[in-house]
Design a protein around this ligand. Structure first.
Ligand SMILES: [Zn+2]
Length: 254
């Protein structure tokens, strides 16, 4: 997303521009330019609650990544949001359905991804899976139904859904510590709408290399700001544009 595509803010919105330097871009270390007027918009948490945040929106002058600068304010608000986080709360924990634009058929996002993996990834009959940001286990459930002989580990920030996740057939455990504490090696690591929440994603992905087997695969799904511009209002997502191909290029050259 280019900054000049954004709607021109009212003149007095310039007053919202920070008087203090922003932290550097957390992808490339470049200087950030703040988007005036962002704080006039209502925000939302990614578990669909209104959020009147004070976080900022900025773009990197070097790599172009649109992001929430990693200010103390952003960290504080994200901690508050996760404190009372309830995944898919409006559907009593059930994952929402997605609709195929051509056929109209519906399935959950997790079912769609598990089916895609069956058709495209040529996974073996058995293996070990790590689901980073597994929530209440929606993807683990869907994956288990298609790959019943795999063993799985879910990873989350806290253990509020431990009993639910560990009741899913094939799940060995829910891991809530540092990922580097895991002593297994995985045939498949999935990150479904997780990477955009993670500060300094290049360092994070680089560390994941050591958790994969030599033939292991990493599956990442991230939002597409062009298809879903609403995502720019979600406070906990620090990366909000489709700049992930650039991110992967940086990772490959590191
Ligand atoms: Zn940058």
């Amino acid at each position: 997303m280019q900054f000049n595509h954004m709607q021109k803010p009212p003149d007095d919105a310039n007053a919202t521009i920070t008087k203090f330097p922003l932290p550097p871009c957390h992808l490339c270390g470049g200087d950030l330019k703040e988007s005036p007027g962002y704080s006039l918009l209502g925000q939302v948490t990614s578990d669909c609650r209104p959020w009147q945040g004070q976080t900022k929106l900025a773009a990197c002058c070097t790599c172009g990544a649109v992001q929430k600068p990693l200010t103390p304010q952003w960290h504080e608000e994200v901690a508050q949001i996760y404190e009372s986080y309830s995944v898919y709360a409006q559907a009593q924990g059930a994952e929402q359905l997605s609709f195929d634009v051509e056929t109209g058929a519906n399935s959950s996002r997790s079912q769609f991804i598990a089916n895609w993996l069956r058709q495209q990834a040529h996974l073996p009959e058995s293996g070990l899976l790590l689901d980073i940001g597994c929530g209440n286990g929606s993807f683990l459930n869907a994956f288990q139904q298609i790959f019943p002989h795999w063993q799985m580990i879910g990873a989350e920030l806290d253990d509020r859904n431990r009993a639910l996740v560990e009741s899913i057939p094939g799940v060995l455990s829910l891991h809530t510590g540092q990922l580097t504490d895991l002593n297994q090696r995985f045939d498949l690591i999935v990150m479904v709408h997780a990477l955009e929440h993670i500060p300094r994603p290049i360092e994070f992905l680089d560390a994941l290399k050591s958790l994969l087997t030599p033939t292991g695969l990493l599956f990442i799904e991230v939002p597409d700001l062009h298809a879903s511009p609403f995502d720019i209002l979600i406070t906990v997502r620090t990366l909000v544009n489709a700049c992930f191909s650039g991110l992967l290029n940086q990772l490959a050259s590191s």
